[in-house]
Design a protein around this ligand. Structure first.
Ligand SMILES: *Cc1c(COP(=O)(O)O)cnc(C)c1O
Length: 368
């Protein structure tokens, strides 16, 4: 039996370079509570990403939950059903009501044409996702937000290092939230960050992620424990030195897939937007005119020990805690419903060899 191929595998910097950093932590006995590595990693991330301020988190979900609190979002929030479930869960954790709008059939991002008709007097914010690292139409979303006085928080969990027009995609909206989970392009095992614009908001976020403490005796909000540990921050510092090479390797894999799958009948590879893409996922659509159904292809992959994933199926709006919402109706989300029935994400990660990629391609070829 050939070795199993997963849709992703975390890229890890060399262990022998991590040991001296661990020794520093052991010597100092500063292991958490925003110590020296936390501060160094925040600065290094700003430099790498080309943004002014970041606040590190223990994971991306706590970042999303806190971002909504930092801006005091209330009532209804317009968001996408085509994402990882944490996007909408962050709203429920804040007792906010998600309002789902359909996605664009090319980018799989929230369709800006659908936003205005979803706005009500209760709407206070828009929570879009740069799905698969594909930039949202940030200018149009901002114009709508400005017209209606809404805040914009991007779930940028897939968008590490993506830029357009020489500007980081994270430098849009009020806040952007990153995830450094092991499955993402850039990982700190677990981790996340909020990218923010002004010092006052950064301070509020820093208080909220530390129980609401401002100083030893002052608590200003019912904050959470969202802090990133020194171990994760030190590892993040190290990982930053290797992420360019990882993305370069991903680009090669993306190119190999694209060239091989281009002419396969019924298989569609969505084109990439953004000037610097991060190749975080390799989604394909198995169209209705394909000889094999999406789920049959998924099963064929499994039989060949290849664990392709149906990201994003089911839609968030189909989970029990969301499906009763008026906006969760399938008739409101026809494009998202169709894409979620056709999509399959293929393995893509730096350690994947050309032979591995060809093994994946061979399964598709044989099936179609
Ligand atoms: C991974 C992911 C999250 C959650 O991030 P964690 O760091 O795992 O908490 C949120 N939104 C999207 C779109 C994601 O892919």
């Amino acid at each position: 039996m050939s070795k199993p191929l997963y849709v992703t595998k975390p890229e890890l910097a060399p262990l022998d370079e991590f040991i001296p950093l661990l020794e520093e932590i052991w010597d100092s006995r500063v292991v958490t509570n925003c110590g020296p590595f936390h501060a160094r990693f925040e600065r290094a991330l700003c430099d790498y990403l080309g943004v002014e301020r970041v606040a590190l988190f223990a994971n991306g979900t706590l970042g999303l939950v806190t971002a909504l609190q930092a801006l005091r979002i209330t009532g209804e929030v317009i968001t996408t059903p085509y994402s990882f479930v944490a996007t909408a869960h962050s709203l429920l954790w804040n007792k906010l009501t998600p309002v789902f709008v359909d996605i664009d059939p090319v980018t799989f991002n929230m369709d800006p044409d659908k936003i205005e008709s979803a706005i009500t007097p209760q709407t206070t914010a828009i929570l879009p996702v740069h799905c698969y690292g594909q930039p949202c139409d940030v200018e149009r979303i901002q114009r709508i937000a400005d017209n209606y006085g809404l805040r914009v928080i991007y779930d940028a969990a897939h968008a590490f290092g993506v830029s357009r027009g020489g500007r980081s995609i994270l430098d849009h909206g009020d806040l952007s939230v990153l995830s450094f989970h092991a499955t993402k392009v850039f990982n700190t095992f677990e981790g996340g960050a909020i990218v923010c614009r002004d010092e006052k908001t950064k301070q509020r976020i820093d208080h909220l992620k530390n129980f609401g403490f401002v100083d030893e005796v002052t608590v200003v909000a019912p904050g959470i424990n969202g802090k990133m540990s020194e171990i994760n921050a030190a590892f993040g510092m190290l990982q930053l030195g290797y992420v360019d090479e990882a993305i370069r390797r991903r680009r090669e894999i993306d190119g190999r897939y694209r060239a091989a799958l281009r002419d396969m009948p019924g298989i569609h590879c969505p084109p990439l937007g953004g000037e610097t893409h991060n190749y975080s996922y390799f989604p394909i659509l198995v169209r209705p005119d394909c000889r094999i159904s999406r789920d049959a292809l998924y099963a064929r992959f499994r039989a060949a020990d290849i664990y392709a994933r149906r990201y994003f199926y089911p839609l968030i709006s189909d989970f029990p805690m969301y499906r009763g919402l008026p906006s969760a109706a399938r008739t409101n989300l026809p494009v998202a419903a169709r894409i979620s029935e056709e999509v399959l994400c293929l393995p893509i990660y730096p350690q994947l060899s050309e032979q591995d990629v060809d093994r994946v391609i061979a399964v598709v070829k044989e099936a179609v």
